[in-house]
Design a protein around this ligand. Structure first.
Ligand SMILES: *[C@@H]1O[C@H](CO)[C@@H](O)[C@H](O)[C@H]1NC(C)=O
Ligand SMILES: *[C@@H]1O[C@H](CO)[C@@H](O)[C@H](O)[C@H]1NC(C)=O
Ligand SMILES: *[C@@H]1O[C@H](CO)[C@@H](O)[C@H](O)[C@H]1NC(C)=O
Ligand SMILES: *[C@@H]1O[C@H](CO)[C@@H](O)[C@H](O)[C@H]1NC(C)=O
Ligand SMILES: *[C@@H]1O[C@H](CO)[C@@H](O)[C@H](O)[C@H]1NC(C)=O
Ligand SMILES: *[C@@H]1O[C@H](CO)[C@@H](O)[C@H](O)[C@H]1NC(C)=O
Ligand SMILES: *[C@@H]1O[C@H](CO)[C@@H](O)[C@H](O)[C@H]1NC(C)=O
Ligand SMILES: *[C@@H]1O[C@H](CO)[C@@H](O)[C@H](O)[C@H]1NC(C)=O
Ligand SMILES: *[C@@H]1O[C@H](CO)[C@@H](O)[C@H](O)[C@H]1NC(C)=O
Ligand SMILES: *[C@@H]1O[C@H](CO)[C@@H](O)[C@H](O)[C@H]1NC(C)=O
Ligand SMILES: *[C@@H]1O[C@H](CO)[C@@H](O)[C@H](O)[C@H]1NC(C)=O
Ligand SMILES: *[C@@H]1O[C@H](CO)[C@@H](O)[C@H](O)[C@H]1NC(C)=O
Length: 464
């Protein structure tokens, strides 16, 4: 028979052994009850907590005194810290030279995750939001943040070769990524916008609509992104979207507006030779699939574009690229890239629409409303790109941003004679002027919106 005190101590030790769960380094675990956890030793440890369901009572306390310290709690003590939660997230970072203890109080009816990491918080909000390609009445193209950067190889003399005009899609990287897209109508009652912003909470919500295609895509030199095409959306509706990375990092929200029911332009994307194009174009609905890509875009449109880019590249390489510099900042490679992007943007007219909110936003510079660069295109107007068959319906074009043209102008040698219209000379009829940069020449980044589109669903001009 044990003496009573020893029995008591033994009992406490057994209770501890049963209820203190060991959390190991660089793991994420999910729980649904009030518990205490033993934290590993590390010189710089971050413990992060994410609520997966809402709770008004749950509180989290941590101590870094030692792995067999008393349970930390609201009474405080030496090196006892509360992990305060904001939108469901919280973390504590510090030295855990002897390990530590985490305690979840009043958490019996809540699901939560705990991440233990030596490289900053496991649960976090990314500073890099998803981005919108474009929408139709019921569809949208959404891009994740970059998951893999690319280092573009700059050709050098004597082997200064430029990419071919008819680029083929680059090999998809083998890097796996665990990105998921969550989207839902933006409304007061939407759990997406109103509730917890943690990955596990958002992932437990159902998206209203379906993902019809998911690809890894390299739209520009920034790097690889995941591209989603979604369908089954409600016309003329504001949507909220998030991308969840590895279940724990939340990118977003962004908002986007679907077009009205009468909007008749289909989406175009996934052209290897125009990788940045992901928007609605004035072309009859495709027959075999719901959007256009390189497999079903009419060759009467694709071939002249590639031919024109081939001819441009031929002319460009009459310059002693890589040997003589026409600029200390750019070379033929930059010129071809920017020219391609400009040519693609102007060759594929973009359909737009004034939304009820369009222009309601106050410009970054203060007072006035900013209206998008929309231009009505009656059926009688000859298409801007004469290789497009005439579109049998009146539509509204969203004009290219003038900055897209200026970028090509700046990157190319002057002997090519590439010139952009100026605000004084008719640029307004073919470009959106003064949105990103000021309309007054030479003033960069002082435009009315400061950007081609924002994360709230406003789109001012077509940046390609
Ligand atoms: C809590 O988690 C345990 C183990 O994962 C599971 O068996 C139990 O059903 C969960 N309870 C609730 C209320 O979700
Ligand atoms: C606990 O964390 C505090 C604050 O970060 C630090 O000053 C202290 O040295 C840590 N204690 C141990 C035992 O690591
Ligand atoms: C948890 O939920 C059960 C059933 O809904 C309820 O009886 C209990 O009081 C709740 N516990 C706490 C701590 O809120
Ligand atoms: C701890 O790690 C984080 C994330 O890696 C880092 O930002 C921070 O500077 C580190 N702190 C110390 C004291 O090393
Ligand atoms: C020139 O560069 C291209 C592409 O970078 C490469 O494929 C080719 O082998 C190179 N040619 C020579 C002669 O180095
Ligand atoms: C999501 O959909 C599934 C199946 O339709 C349903 O069982 C679940 O309750 C839904 N979840 C939410 C949060 O609406
Ligand atoms: C998704 O789109 C890409 C590019 O258009 C295409 O190659 C791929 O086959 C599509 N995937 C599915 C599952 O439809
Ligand atoms: C994300 O969660 C899913 C389902 O809970 C799980 O199967 C997957 O392994 C998790 N991924 C990562 C990277 O933790
Ligand atoms: C471009 O290349 C693809 C194959 O990569 C080919 O099918 C297509 O015909 C080419 N287009 C032109 C205009 O050369
Ligand atoms: C490219 O050059 C060829 C040969 O000079 C010419 O036949 C063709 O029409 C040009 N393409 C375009 C789009 O101008
Ligand atoms: C345009 O053509 C499509 C079929 O190509 C047809 O469904 C639609 O009604 C036509 N619109 C008008 C205004 O004629
Ligand atoms: C969409 O809804 C969000 C959240 O209410 C709002 O901030 C945004 O301005 C809306 N977008 C537009 C274009 O009205």
């Amino acid at each position: 028979m044990f003496p009573e005190t020893l029995w008591y101590l033994l009992n406490v030790a057994i209770v501890f052994a049963q209820t203190r769960k060991q959390l190991s380094l660089n793991t994420v675990s999910s729980f649904n009850d009030s518990s205490t956890f033993t934290l590993p030793e590390a010189s710089n440890l971050t413990v992060s907590v994410a609520l997966c369901s809402s709770s008004s009572s749950a509180r989290f306390f941590v101590t870094n005194t030692s792995a067999d310290a008393d349970n930390p709690g609201p009474d405080g003590g030496t090196d006892v810290y509360e992990i305060s939660l904001n939108e469901g997230f919280g973390n504590f970072a510090g030295a855990f030279t002897n390990g530590g203890v985490l305690s979840a109080d009043d958490a019996s009816n809540v699901t939560f995750e705990v991440g233990v990491s030596e490289s900053g918080p496991t649960h976090k909000i990314s500073t890099d939001p998803p981005s919108l390609g474009d929408t139709t009445a019921t569809q949208a193209i959404i891009f994740s943040p970059v998951f893999l950067e690319v280092s573009s190889e700059v050709p050098t003399y004597p082997n200064y070769s430029l990419p071919v005009a008819n680029l083929s899609a680059p090999a998809v990287p083998s890097t796996s990524n665990n990105f998921s897209l969550i989207f839902s109508e933006t409304s007061g009652s939407s759990p997406l916008a109103s509730g917890l912003q943690t990955g596990c909470a958002l992932q437990s919500q159902n998206s209203t609509g379906t993902i019809v295609n998911q690809t890894m895509w390299l739209p520009n030199e920034d790097g690889w992104r995941t591209q989603w095409i979604i369908d089954g959306l409600t016309p003329a509706t504001n949507y909220t979207a998030y991308v969840i990375i590895d279940n724990t990092t939340v990118s977003g929200p962004i908002y986007f507006i679907t077009k009205s029911e009468s909007f008749s332009c289909p989406l175009l994307s996934n052209l290897p030779y125009c990788p940045g194009i992901a928007y609605a174009i004035p072309l009859a609905q495709p027959s075999s699939q719901s959007t256009y890509d390189s497999t079903n875009l009419p060759s009467e449109i694709a071939e002249p574009l590639i031919s024109s880019l081939t001819n441009f590249t031929t002319t460009l390489t009459t310059f002693a690229c890589g040997r003589d510099d026409y600029s200390p900042l750019v070379s033929c490679n930059d010129c071809q890239r920017e020219y391609r992007r400009w040519l693609c943007t102007v060759s594929f007219p973009r359909c737009g629409e004034a939304s009820s909110n369009n222009g309601a936003m106050v410009a970054a510079n203060g007072a006035q409303k900013v209206f998008s660069a929309l231009l009505s295109q009656p059926t009688t107007v000859t298409p801007r790109n004469s290789n497009f068959p005439s579109f049998n319906e009146t539509y509204t074009a969203l004009l290219p941003c003038l900055e897209r043209c200026n970028a090509a102008d700046r990157a190319c040698p002057s002997f090519l004679g590439f010139r952009c219209p100026t605000a004084q000379f008719n640029a307004l009829s073919s470009y959106g002027v003064g949105y990103i940069d000021s309309g007054v020449e030479g003033v960069e980044g002082r435009g009315s919106s400061g950007t081609a589109q924002d994360r709230y669903g406003n789109v001012w001009c077509n940046y390609g």
